[in-house]
Design a binder for this molecule. Structure first.
Ligand code: FE2
Ligand code: FE2
Length: 296
């Protein structure tokens, strides 16, 4: 029997079995340098025939087709009003955890566990406490999915809109279906921007990074804000495809993004951290930097 029409369109809009499938795919593209010798993942990434890989391709087809300049501006106008919800930080983590897909046996840990493993790995290495907090918060923007955004408007590698798409972005062939691809305002090297104008003047594709950056921008130091805002901008922090839009200050700050990225990608561990032991530390940390409630 065919699924009901709205189920059909939901799965057509959301091809990934869970958001983790995107992150697992990034990990295959950029395997942990420390385990490359023994890891089969590079090999696995070349296996373009796997059913899981097909969902990732479809996810990027939708992402590249619909994340146009106008789309990004309209999402910013809507979400950056922060008029959707207001809740204490701890409630926000619980809210985020509703993203766990019970039907997916491969989803090993919930969203909060990923955040906690990231922050704990940062803490273990002796980095400043605001960076630990950045690790704890970096994926909070995924609540976009709970506000009804499709997967391709919440996660995925981010990239600038309003100028030519780099062929260093994953699955660049899908950009030919973007309305911006043939639009002369947006398809030149600089498009609506000017040389080295600085990323703060550049619109990136809409998703959880930009959203959480705006949520936190009054509370964390600038290096932490760069980590939040650009952690999925692989075309720059891994491929250096947009140096021509970056200012000298961006380059300086991207050292922090580079420092953060391995904690996001390589801290996953099947054993959940001992939350009861950790709780007092994190309660104090949140109290130190954040207000009593967060606005979404
Ligand atoms: Fe993320
Ligand atoms: Fe993450």
């Amino acid at each position: 029997m065919l699924p009901a029409t709205d189920e059909l369109s939901q799965s057509a809009l959301n091809p990934l079995k869970s958001l983790d499938v995107w992150e697992d795919d990034v990990l295959e593209r950029y395997p942990d340098p420390e385990s490359i010798a023994t890891d089969k993942s590079t090999e696995a990434y070349r296996n373009y025939e796997s059913p899981e890989r097909d969902t990732v391709r479809e996810f990027y087809r939708l992402n590249h087709t619909y994340q146009s300049y106008d789309f990004v501006l309209s999402k910013k106008a809507n979400y950056l009003k922060f008029d959707k919800k207001e809740m204490p930080v701890w409630d926000a983590f619980q809210f985020l955890n509703q993203l766990v897909d019970d039907s997916d046996p491969d989803t090993d840990l919930d969203q909060f566990q990923h955040l906690l493993q990231t922050s704990e790995a940062i803490r273990r290495d002796g980095h400043p406490d605001w960076m630990v907090l950045t690790g704890l918060l970096h994926d909070m923007g995924k609540v976009l999915c709970l506000f009804g955004e499709p997967q391709w408007a919440a996660v995925g590698d981010t990239f600038p809109v309003g100028c030519a798409f780099s062929d260093k972005i994953v699955y660049p062939e899908f950009f030919k279906d973007s309305p911006d691809y043939d639009d002369e305002r947006y398809n030149t090297k600089y498009g609506v921007y000017s040389p080295n104008c600085g990323l703060d003047n550049v619109h990136l594709s809409w998703g959880h990074d930009e959203y959480v950056y705006h949520m936190m921008k009054d509370y964390l130091p600038e290096p932490g804000l760069y980590m939040l805002r650009y952690h999925s901008f692989y075309a720059q922090h891994r491929e250096h495809a947009y140096d021509h839009l970056m200012s000298a200050h961006d380059h300086e700050m991207f050292k922090w993004v580079d420092l953060f990225n391995p904690y996001d990608l390589y801290s996953k561990n099947p054993t959940p951290p001992n939350w009861v032991e950790l709780k007092p530390y994190y309660e104090a940390l949140i109290k130190k930097y954040l207000p009593a409630t967060l606005r979404f």
